[in-house]
Design a protein around this ligand. Structure first.
Ligand SMILES: Nc1nc2c(ncn2[C@@H]2O[C@H](COP(=O)(O)OP(=O)(O)OP(=O)(O)O)[C@@H](O)[C@H]2O)c(=O)[nH]1
Ligand SMILES: [Mg+2]
Length: 361
């Protein structure tokens, strides 16, 4: 039997095209719907592929009637078992458990707002294995890198960048304390002379933990400040929150950052967990126009339903994660990023699995 394949944008269009070309003698063997293109920021297009064959009982010259179309459609939905390919047969015989598993996987991905390329990556060649949830959790989390290098050996200058109110200053204070307690000689430099009270805020944290701090007002202050802290192990650098449209402020920050020695500087993008993946990507694209970002810090995990939006963005950006914050408390509400910590913020996973997932790091 000769098979004919018709591809169109939708099932209805493919069906109409098939009938227009071959008349009512055509029978639908199977249909396959899929998407092409896409990623997080490119539009996906739906496609439908109909595989048909010609029935000997009708002539191809017959015209298409409404009844024919209805009959045709019915056939397409319930393909003739005699003509099913081996794969189609397997599909129709798919055990109930497999279907239930695939529904569960979609449900978990939806619940966690895992979208775009990360979702495609997770579903691609996914074999649940013996423990579906363990494998799924592991595949989601292991899609995103952990910046162990930055955690263990931070570069001398650590610049904190990110949108207004994302938690830059608070997180910087937490991390400065963490390294100080671990025995590093640390200092804090603020580039935020823009927001009223910004330096007072970071200075209050610095004073509370006996960390020296200084404010840079303009480009002329940068070199003397770097000189002031030249003997420190790590200098944490706070920046003003940037509105993407404020050209003057953007230029100012760009000028200040350009004076840091790139080789000894690590730039962190602060990403609130309660912000959509697309918005995080917009911020990221903005910053990389003038500074290369090395690592991500996810904040406000306590205020977000799940870590999925952040993971969707992190996967898309290809950047590793250094730290996570889950509260306003300085210095306590901070964790070094790890598979286990990120896993804790995925919804729908059994608590008992978490220690097992953690051991996979
Ligand atoms: N719930 C919660 N709140 C946080 C967290 N991190 C920071 N915050 C709060 O978020 C608010 C803004 O934090 P900041 O550290 O001032 O944010 P920023 O990015 O420095 O803000 P700008 O300098 O104005 O751009 C403060 O009220 C913080 O206490 C977190 O992990 N969880
Ligand atoms: Mg700040």
């Amino acid at each position: 039997m000769e098979y004919i394949t018709i591809v169109s944008d939708s099932y209805e269009k493919a069906l109409e095209e098939a009938r227009r070309k071959y008349g009512s003698a055509l029978r639908v063997h199977s249909r396959r719907e899929y998407t092409v293109g896409g990623g997080l920021f490119a539009k996906k297009r739906k496609k439908c592929e109909l595989t048909c064959y010609l029935s000997s009982t009708k002539t191809s010259e017959e015209t298409v009637t409404r009844q024919d179309l209805a009959e045709f459609e019915k056939e397409a939905r319930t393909p003739d078992p005699e003509t099913l390919s081996a794969k189609d047969k397997l599909d129709t015989m798919r055990p109930a458990k497999e279907l239930e598993d695939s529904r569960r996987i979609e449900e978990i991905l939806d619940m966690n707002e895992i979208r775009g390329r990360l979702r495609e990556h997770v579903l691609e060649n996914f074999d649940g294995g013996d423990d579906l949830m363990l494998s799924l959790g592991d595949k989601i989390i292991s899609s995103v890198g952990i910046d162990h290098e930055n955690q263990a050996h931070p570069k001398k200058y650590q610049i904190f960048l990110g949108p207004t109110g994302s938690g830059k200053t608070t997180t910087l204070a937490k991390i400065a304390c963490l390294y100080q307690v671990a025995g590093h000689d640390v200092a804090i430099l603020s580039l935020d002379s823009y927001r009223i009270g910004a330096f007072e805020q970071i200075k209050a944290f610095a004073d509370a933990f006996n960390i020296p701090s200084a404010l840079v007002r303009d480009e002329g202050d940068v070199i003397p400040s770097l000189d002031l802290f030249r003997n420190k192990d790590i200098v944490f650098v706070d920046t003003m929150g940037l509105s993407l449209n404020d050209r003057a402020l953007n230029l100012k920050l760009r000028g200040l950052i350009s004076l840091f020695d790139r080789k000894n500087t690590g730039s962190m993008l602060i990403c609130p967990a309660n912000v959509k993946a697309q918005d995080l990507m917009k911020q990221f694209r903005h910053y990389v126009q003038f500074v290369s970002i090395d690592s991500l810090i996810v904040t406000k995990l306590d205020e977000s339903e799940s870590v999925g939006s952040f993971l969707t963005f992190a996967y898309e950006s290809g950047l590793p994660v250094s730290f996570c914050t889950n509260g306003q408390g300085v210095p306590d509400d901070l964790k070094k990023a790890s598979t286990l910590v990120l896993m804790e913020y995925l919804k729908g996973f059994d608590m008992g699995l978490r220690p097992v997932i953690g051991q996979l790091t």
